[in-house]
Design a protein around this ligand. Structure first.
Ligand SMILES: *Cc1c(COP(=O)(O)O)cnc(C)c1O
Length: 585
């Protein structure tokens, strides 16, 4: 397509309808593009896919991440090793000829964009602009800015955020997206876009200082979604490096915008520059209101919630997609149709599940020597390996686990998940689980699958019998993998935290266990109490139902799809963003 045609098309569609610009440091766009690390990126991708289904005019901005997020291998002793994932952007994306510039530490850094089009399968397209500084014009160091997701030190991260927030706005202008009416910051990484909008506005009035009117005007255009109640998950930068990187300090005097003395906190920047702010589950909204409102604050931040979802078509296993095509036609366009799953014959639900389970077992058996079996109760746990997720809860009492297997029937455990390269504790958790193998086998099979990513997640969430989640409350903002499991009729067994507080009807959509009240990090007593509760639920309800009451089990599977798949999806979620955030005046 020639430049002129592309421009005319842009003029004809997105540039002329009131468009939402969605900014995210990571987006899981295509399974073969390593441009995401985990839940945040998958959510961003599922958001765009649902927005395409619903014909919401949207354009997305992210970084290219030319060397990907890490590829994980685990050695014989259970230690994680990381390597880059190379990919070829031109195989997936169209290079755009426009260039924009940002200034970092006084240097001009040139930025290019690659475009990937997310389709709904019909006519609606959502362009994703992947920003790239790997250009001959840039210094060797600046060329690496868009190489690696969450790869460098604080300074590197801040430079990346300049490219994303400031470079992103400039690229939208260069590509003639003129009618962007809302800017959605998916997490605080993109908060510098607010600074660029302030600058643009001041410049348009030929001023070089901002006024409160400028701040109000920018606020009307911005939406912010916060994703984590873990304080370390919020980007904060010391003011000295911020001054050096941005080449200015004028901002720091504007307390209504930049709030905190001594540091630039991206979460507060985004909060102060947005007219609508939300957490990602009901409970997370509450927790964020408490956590983010300073003690001596004059006003409380208005923080709403919109509970996360997953994109049904993306996460339904082949066998379930076929089943839904047959019994719930229209589910691809309208995820709410999944409510009809209660009327799908139970033996067909079971067969679809067994097909998905065989696909997972083939994968497991191709990776290691101990053969997994499709008739054995299989428990899955896959998420980022980090302390608060407590991946080791299930293996904390091997004797008890063995007892449950002897009493009711055999057990198979499947684990996966990457630790962040600098998260030593996360790596030790992986090692602890891998080392359990000698203790648990042969009575209980256990495997830690390397390199948890989109493809492996698809196999896991559909192929296990129970999806386990063991977070330390209230640190699981939402969690989305349990929603993917629900689409495939896999019930969750989870602590009541994040989305599960809304999704759990005990004994109907899955099961809860343990204490939902806030726990202190590293609370050993609580760890053992929650473990005992988990084993109790497995022993008294989960294993006996699986092995001795298959009809009741399959009814739970159907209810997981009907009650939770129909609701915890990104089509419902995007509609809420449209009504509550984007087009609310
Ligand atoms: C869905 C997904 C996640 C997030 O799942 P949580 O339940 O939020 O931990 C992380 N990584 C991958 C690869 C996923 O597909």
């Amino acid at each position: 397509m020639s430049m002129t045609t592309r421009k005319i098309e842009a003029e004809g569609s997105l540039a002329t309808s009131a468009t939402v610009a969605y900014f995210s440091m990571e987006i899981a766009i295509d399974p073969a593009m390593p441009t995401y690390s985990g839940g945040l990126g998958v959510l961003a991708g599922d958001t765009l896919r649902a927005a395409a289904d619903l014909s919401v005019p949207m354009v997305a901005v992210t970084l290219l991440h030319r060397h990907g997020y890490l590829s994980q291998s685990i050695d014989n002793d259970g230690w994680q090793h990381e390597s880059p994932v190379e990919w070829v952007p031109a195989d997936f994306c169209a290079e755009q000829s426009e260039r924009v510039q940002v200034v970092i530490e006084g240097r001009t850094v040139h930025v290019r964009a690659w475009q990937y089009d997310v389709h709904d399968g019909g006519g609606h397209v959502i362009p994703v602009l992947l920003l790239d500084t790997d250009l001959d014009e840039n210094s060797a160091e600046d060329r690496t800015l868009t190489h690696r997701l969450y790869g460098g030190d604080d300074r590197h991260r801040l430079c990346q955020e300049v490219v994303l927030g400031i470079g992103g706005i400039r690229m939208l202008r260069a590509l003639a997206y003129r009618r962007v009416v809302q800017y959605h910051m998916n997490e605080g990484h993109a908060a510098l876009l607010g600074l660029e909008l302030l600058d643009e506005r001041a410049k348009s009035f030929e001023r070089d200082v901002f006024t409160s009117d400028d701040v109000q005007a920018v606020r009307r255009q911005c939406v912010f979604t916060t994703h984590t109640p873990v304080p370390a998950g919020h980007d904060r930068f010391d003011l000295n490096p911020v001054g050096r990187v941005l080449g200015r300090t004028d901002l720091f005097d504007m307390h209504e915008v930049f709030c905190c003395s001594g540091e630039l906190n991206m979460t507060y920047l985004a909060l102060n520059l947005s007219h609508y702010v939300n957490g990602v589950a009901k409970k997370h909204g509450e927790v964020s209101r408490q956590m983010l409102t300073p003690k001596d604050a004059e006003h409380h931040y208005q923080i709403d919630h919109i509970t996360n979802g997953v994109h049904a078509r993306t996460w339904a296993a082949r066998s379930f997609a076929n089943l839904f095509d047959q019994w719930l036609p229209g589910w691809r366009e309208d995820s709410a149709s999944l409510r009809g799953a209660v009327a799908v014959p139970e033996n067909e639900v079971w067969q679809a599940h067994q097909a998905a389970k065989l696909d997972l077992i083939d994968e497991i058996n191709s990776r290691q020597a101990i053969a997994y079996d499709p008739e054995t109760l299989t428990i899955g746990f896959a998420r980022r390996a980090t302390a608060y997720k407590r991946a080791n809860l299930l293996v904390s009492d091997p004797g008890r686990l063995r007892q449950i297997a002897e009493e009711h029937g055999p057990l198979q455990l499947v684990f996966a998940g990457k630790a962040h390269p600098r998260d030593e504790e996360g790596k030790r958790l992986i090692q602890q689980i891998v080392r359990m193998k000698d203790t648990l086998t042969p009575e209980i099979k256990i495997v830690y699958l390397e390199n948890y990513d989109w493809e492996l997640a698809r196999l896991l969430v559909a192929g296990v019998d129970v999806w386990l989640n063991t977070p330390q409350p209230p640190l699981e903002a939402s969690g989305t993998s349990g929603m993917k499991a629900a689409i495939n009729g896999v019930p969750s067994l989870s602590i009541l935290d994040g989305w599960w507080i809304e999704g759990c009807v005990d004994g109907v959509t899955g099961w809860s266990f343990g204490d939902a009240s806030p726990a202190k990090p590293g609370d050993v007593k609580r760890f053992h109490e929650d473990a005992a509760a988990l084993f109790g639920k497995l022993d008294e309800v989960v294993a006996p139902t699986y092995y001795r009451n298959r009809d009741a089990w399959v009814r739970i599977m159907s209810h997981a799809i009907a009650l939770n798949g129909s609701h915890f999806n990104t089509q419902r979620m995007v509609q809420q963003y449209v009504l509550k955030a984007y087009y609310k005046s």
